[in-house]
Design a protein around this ligand. Structure first.
Ligand code: SAM
Length: 289
């Protein structure tokens, strides 16, 4: 089915009211995205913060007069601006996302959507479809971790993926040769996605998914955490305790400017390499004394 799509920018404070009005005017769906360059980093489970300037996109049946709807909204909310009216052609919507999610390559590791395989028969293939949990490999913070895992000596090692999201890092580690992994996250949706993805990749028998508060404090050879600088600093005592002596710690989710503060929080127990940086994000790798 084709759609009429209307989009515009609005101040955050009007989002609920305008969304209700769009529903009343016949919108079949309303979505919000960033209206300018402001970044929102990782809301807690249940939180849905919006941008100061938010872009609203509403879908209507194909014969809807979106210009008349825009006139009514503009009269009621003069702050709305940057109007765009489009007709979206019919297409197989359930497959459309595949155009934006192609196989990704990290050394010998490939991350592929269901039904696709890498051309190299010796490649290690992780099957993953975008879902509600963070972690498809497209974000630089995840990519930095996958690049590290693809090069790491994983055979026979135990791994903790702290803040697992989709489970992509733990599953990659297992497919690349790690013996066992524990994946934890404060978001129940992430744990359920991780379990599903582990089953899909046939590593569920070697992966334990759990809430961080219910995690057995058994130290691992490799601890990998792609969270954010603030939580990584707070978690320093815990992640340090979870890394075996002589083990490796990989931290990502850190803006380049925040690397010194995160390194400082761990420096007493780890000898760090020079950080790797990708698109303004940094990755730390340290060996525990
Ligand atoms: C940026 S995502 C990373 C997901 C995945 N590991 C990846 O690399 O793509 C961070 C994840 O950490 C989780 N998280 C945030 N704070 C946490 C905490 N204090 N303990 C455990 N998980 C946390 C979030 O719910 C989110 O799923």
């Amino acid at each position: 089915m084709a759609w009429r799509q209307l989009s515009f920018t609005l101040p955050q404070a009007l989002a609920d009211e305008v969304s209700d009005r769009l529903d009343l005017l016949g919108a079949q769906a309303v979505t919000f995205s960033e209206g300018d360059d402001e970044e929102l980093f990782e809301p807690l489970p249940g939180e849905t913060p919006l941008w100061q300037q938010t872009r609203a996109t509403a879908l209507f049946d194909p014969d809807t007069d979106t210009h008349a709807i825009a006139d009514r909204l503009q009269a009621e909310f003069p702050q709305l601006q940057d109007w765009l009216h489009e007709t979206l052609a019919d297409q197989p919507w359930e497959r459309a996302w595949l155009e934006h999610f192609q196989p990704l390559n990290f050394g010998r590791l490939w991350v592929c959507p269901s039904g696709q395989t890498p051309s190299d028969p010796d490649a290690v293939c992780l099957t993953l479809d975008p879902g509600l949990a963070f972690g498809t490999g497209t974000h630089p913070t995840t990519a930095l971790c996958l690049e590290w895992l693809a090069e790491a000596p994983l055979a026979g090692k135990t791994v903790i993926d702290y803040g697992c999201g989709s489970g992509i890092l733990a599953i990659a580690a297992l497919l690349l040769g790690a013996e066992r992994a524990v994946a934890c996250d404060i978001d129940p949706q992430a744990l359920s996605a991780t379990c599903d993805n582990a089953l899909k990749n046939r590593v569920a028998d070697r992966l334990h998914c759990c809430d961080p508060d219910r995690m057995l404090m058994e130290a691992a050879d490799i601890v990998i955490a792609n969270i954010l600088a603030g939580p990584l600093v707070e978690l320093a005592p815990r992640l340090t305790a979870l890394t075996k002596s002589g083990g490796r710690l990989v931290l990502s989710g850190v803006l380049e400017s925040q690397l010194p503060a995160v390194r400082q929080a761990y420096r007493e127990h780890f000898d760090f390499d020079i950080p790797a940086v990708l698109e303004g994000w940094g990755r730390l790798h340290g060996l525990k004394y």
